[in-house]
Write a protein of this length. Structure first.
Length: 224
C-alpha cells in the first residue's frame, strides 16, 4: 500500500512537471567586442520629420554622437547639428551600452547584433542600425579641454574623450597663441573652449584639431 502511494505521488509530480511549459533560457547578449562601428537612424520628433542620428563607437572606447535637426523654413528655423562625445562601455550586468560624456549617461539596449535601442521615457522607438559606410565626423564641434605648449606648437587635451592632439596652425590658431601667451604663465596649461574640427588619418584615428573659433581661454588647466 505504501509502495502504491509512493508511485502515485511520483506519477503526479511527473504529470505536473509535464504540464508546465519549459522555461526558455535568456538569450545571451551579443559579444561586446563586435560593438565598434557606425550606427545610424532617424529619431522621432514632435515638430519635425525626424532627427537624423549617427553614433560612432570607436574601437578605443570613445564615441562620437551627431544629431541633425532639419529646421523649419516657414518659421525661420535653420537646420542645426549637435554633437556629443565621450567614452562608451558595455555593462554586462545591466546588459546595456552606456555612453558617458557631458550630462547624464545615454543607455542603449542591444536586441540584435546590429541594432541599438536608446532607453527613453517615450513610448516611441529610438532605433539605430549598423551602417555599412565609414564614419565621417568632419563637422565643427564645440570642445572643452586643456591646452599647453609642446615643442614649437600646442597640444589640446579634450576633457570628455581624453584625446591629446596637436593644434593645427591657421588664422584662428594665431589668435589663440597670442592670447595664450598674454594670459598664461610660461610652462603652465590653460583651460580653453573652442569650436573646432578633428583631423583624421586614413585608418580613422584622430591626428589633430583645427580651431575655427576661440570662445574662452582661462588660466586654469584642469578639466571640470
Amino acid at each position: 500500500m505504501i509502495r502504491l502511494r509512493t508511485w502515485s505521488a511520483l506519477l503526479c509530480a511527473l504529470l505536473a512537471a509535464c504540464g508546465k511549459p519549459p522555461e526558455e533560457p535568456e538569450a545571451p547578449a551579443p559579444d561586446p567586442a563586435s560593438l565598434p562601428g557606425v550606427f545610424s537612424g532617424v529619431y522621432p520628433c514632435a515638430n519635425c520629420p525626424g532627427i537624423g542620428t549617427t553614433l560612432w563607437l570607436r574601437p578605443d572606447g570613445r564615441f562620437f554622437f551627431e544629431q541633425r535637426l532639419p529646421g523649419d523654413a516657414e518659421n525661420g528655423e535653420d537646420p542645426m547639428t549637435t554633437h556629443a562625445l565621450g567614452h562608451w562601455q558595455w555593462r554586462d550586468g545591466e546588459r546595456v551600452l552606456a555612453l558617458t560624456g557631458e550630462g547624464p549617461d545615454r543607455l542603449f539596449a542591444r536586441p540584435e547584433r546590429d541594432v541599438l535601442l536608446m532607453r527613453t521615457a517615450s513610448p516611441l522607438e529610438y532605433r539605430l542600425e549598423r551602417a555599412a559606410t565609414r564614419a565621417e565626423f568632419d563637422g565643427t564641434i564645440r570642445l572643452e579641454g586643456t591646452a599647453r605648449p609642446r615643442g614649437e606648437g600646442y597640444v589640446f587635451s579634450e576633457c570628455q574623450t581624453g584625446y591629446a592632439l596637436p593644434l593645427q596652425k591657421g588664422r584662428e590658431y594665431t589668435r589663440f597663441t597670442r592670447q595664450f601667451r598674454s594670459v598664461v604663465p610660461r610652462g603652465e596649461a590653460a583651460m580653453a573652449e573652442i569650436e573646432a574640427r578633428f583631423g583624421w588619418a586614413d585608418d580613422g584615428a584622430p591626428v589633430s584639431i583645427a580651431i575655427e573659433r576661440l570662445i574662452t581661454l582661462r588660466n586654469d588647466g584642469v578639466c571640470p
